[in-house]
Design a protein around this ligand. Sequence first.
Ligand SMILES: [Zn+2]
Length: 229
Amino acid sequence: MSEYLWHCPFCNTDQTVSEAGRHAVFADLSIENAEGPRRLVVKYVVCPNPRCREFSLSASLHTLEIVGNRSYTGKHLKSWNLVPPSRARSFPVSVPEAVLEDYREACLLQGLSAKTAAALARRCLSSMLRDFWRVQPGSLSDELRQVKGTVDPLTWEAIESVRNTGRIGARMEGESAEVRETEEGEAQLLIGLIETLIVDWYVAREERRKRLEEIRQIAGKGLQNARPE
Ligand SMILES: [Zn+2]
């Protein structure tokens, strides 16, 4: 793998890492077993930020597709965050505690129970919609529909791309008594969406507030200077 963008969970910054730059090592392990050909990818990354240099360790299991004498990494089956134990990010702004709690728990349970992690992620999305956009409570799908046309078009595109993946959209229609099958990738997609929306909504709002405050201060000073003695 060449250079790629990576988010450090310790110093909370985006970094470009590469094997050549000695920031990352990928071990690729394949072995025949009862479930069929599997590929285990172990990722060991050291943060290039000189003030951080912490290491992260994770593993993911995929199917192994064999075509002729070449093999390819197939469907993602499972991930384990080993160091740090959860992929949960911290955010530089205040986000309601209920949202953060569900988000962190979803991250922590992702590798243990995809079903619980996905359910927590859906509840987290719903709490965000109710807190940030004051939507009328309904099924998650209904609540999302209420912000269509209000949220930034790119944000809506991100929401739609997750909704249209597999059976995620159907599960957003409402939690029924039947136990629904959840795929591992689903929790991961929903958690990714939560992170995108926290940045697009809470972080962006805070940055806008700071910018306006600066303008107000500059304008205030300007007026003071312009005042006759
Ligand atoms: Zn770092």
